[in-house]
Design a protein around this ligand. Structure first.
Ligand code: CA
Length: 491
């Protein structure tokens, strides 16, 4: 073969094997923990808020300019249910993992004089063949993508199954690679020089972040360490010519609140409390990671064949600055607990620099990613693909109800709720109170319309009650009568 035909062959094989021609697009899910709707310099509200002006997230701005921003995206109000919904496509009422998980066979719930806990699956998500009691066993999103030829990469926080169960290890749930994920929902420390462990402050070893020993003793932030490892895994996948699903699930910006020393000097305003400066540095650190990832896609020339989705798993906790205009915080049934940032860039499909008010909820990610990857759905799920919104941001979804269910006795009151169109009904389990809000005119949920609009209350109560019956949702028991908490349409 002469040198000319060798170079033609090399050109043709490069063309054929280049990731852009490999058929299936790469999917990158950039998942932030406990980041509120307003905890960013990107405006998700109809006007810029004070927090938008205070925080620095230039790479979120960069992604938003490229893609579609969702102003009405929702998750569950706490970590584990959001993550199980994402993995299974099921609504929290159906999978039942409605509160956070950690220790095997132990609930984080607190005793209550009047109500008793349910038998909810406190051991979290488990593989279908596991023998773990009180768990939800299901096929998963990464398993489906794995079967379709994707390399499935888990980087960061897993928090799917309880300690010492199979589901604690992401590799039992469809991930080929696991970087730093296990049963924990928060890291012992963000500092490499503290070995990412809480033991230096006499914290328990149960919070130790696994698998990053090579960074122990170094002045490196956990977010940076996870990003570097994730980038290496992406490079290897591109080198091996495999489409990838990167689940880059940062521990940030969840507690413990420890500053990222690289970014803390950017926040010097003397009027700010130390906690807000720390939190702002964690947000900027997370955003810096997003920038590194977007740069990597550009450097590897795969930006045009990689879908990037940015999302948070629940609202900002109560100790962070309030996400005004929203009411409530993480774990709450109000919008501050459930409404989250979402930005999607699907090259050549999503319109550039646009916004949509069409609502979606976290279980919708599962069917959306399978549709984008061209993978057949194997199981019946609650989630609905939102590729229609990605293609047309004005898609009308006002007839699609969204449901939340949190029947647990933790530090905020248990509730179930439904949003249909602009209206949202909340049933508070401990008081049997119903609240009705018009989110279009009252995003802060200040005006309870329940007594003024009984027909709307009836409609939404029936919808919610039927959903809870159909999904066989777990409910608290009233100790006085040993009967379950009522369905909203029985009140
Ligand atoms: Ca969370």
């Amino acid at each position: 073969m002469n040198s000319k035909s060798v170079s033609i062959l090399a050109f043709l094989s490069a063309l054929f094997f280049s990731p852009a021609f490999a058929g299936k697009p790469n999917i990158l899910f950039f998942f932030v923990d406990d980041m509120g709707w307003q905890d960013t310099s990107v405006s998700f509200h109809s006007s810029e808020t004070e927090l938008n002006r205070q925080y620095r997230t230039p790479n979120m701005e960069r992604l938003a300019k490229k893609g579609l921003l969702f102003t009405s995206a929702y998750a569950c109000s706490i970590c584990s249910p959001s993550r199980v919904s994402l993995m299974t496509g099921q609504n929290a009422a159906r999978h039942g993992v409605t509160c956070w998980t950690l220790r095997k066979d132990r609930s984080p719930e607190r005793p209550n004089k009047k109500f008793a806990s349910s038998q909810w699956p406190l051991n979290g998500l488990q593989p279908v063949d596991s023998k773990i009691t009180r768990s939800y066993q299901s096929n998963t999103l990464p398993q489906a993508l794995q079967k379709a030829g994707y390399r499935t990469i888990h980087a960061g926080k897993a928090h799917f199954g309880a300690q010492n169960t199979p589901g604690a290890d992401p590799q039992t749930l469809g991930f080929d690679i696991n970087i730093a994920g296990c049963h924990i929902g928060g890291p012992g420390s963000y500092h490499g020089d503290k070995n990412f462990s809480a033991q230096w402050r006499n914290g328990e070893a149960i919070w130790d972040v696994p698998g990053l020993e090579k960074y122990h003793g170094q002045q490196i932030n956990l977010t940076e360490a996870i990003t570097r490892e994730a980038i290496s895994a992406v490079e290897k996948s591109v080198e091996d010519k495999k489409p990838f699903y990167l689940y880059l699930s940062h521990y940030a910006v969840h507690a413990p609140f420890e500053p990222d020393r690289r970014f803390l000097p950017n926040y010097k305003d003397e009027k700010w409390k130390a906690h807000q400066k720390t939190y702002a540095s964690m947000l900027e650190s997370m955003d810096h990671s997003l920038g590194q990832i977007l740069d990597t896609l550009d450097r590897l020339k795969i930006s045009d064949n990689t879908i990037v989705v940015f999302m948070s798993d629940n609202g900002s906790p109560g100790n962070n600055p309030q996400n005004t205009p929203l009411r409530g915080s993480k774990i709450s049934g109000y919008e501050g607990g459930t409404r989250v940032p979402l930005i999607v860039h699907w090259p050549k499909i999503t319109p550039e620099n646009q916004r949509t008010n069409s609502p979606m909820i976290i279980e919708d990610i599962y069917p959306t990613f399978l549709e984008i990857a061209g993978v057949e759905m194997e199981q019946k799920i609650d989630g609905q693909s939102f590729t229609d919104i990605l293609k047309n941001p004005t898609t009308d979804r006002s007839k699609r109800p969204l449901f939340w269910h949190y029947p647990n006795l933790y530090h905020l009151p248990p509730y179930s709720s439904v949003r249909l169109g602009n209206h949202k009904l909340i049933h508070w389990h401990l008081t049997d109170e119903l609240e009705l809000f018009d989110l279009k005119n009252d995003i802060g949920e200040k005006n309870n319309l329940a007594s003024q609009q009984p027909q709307k209350v009836n409609l939404l109560s029936k919808l919610l009650g039927n959903h809870l019956r159909e999904t066989k949702a777990f409910r608290l028991t009233k100790k006085s009568s040993t009967s379950f908490v009522s369905y909203p349409d029985e009140l």
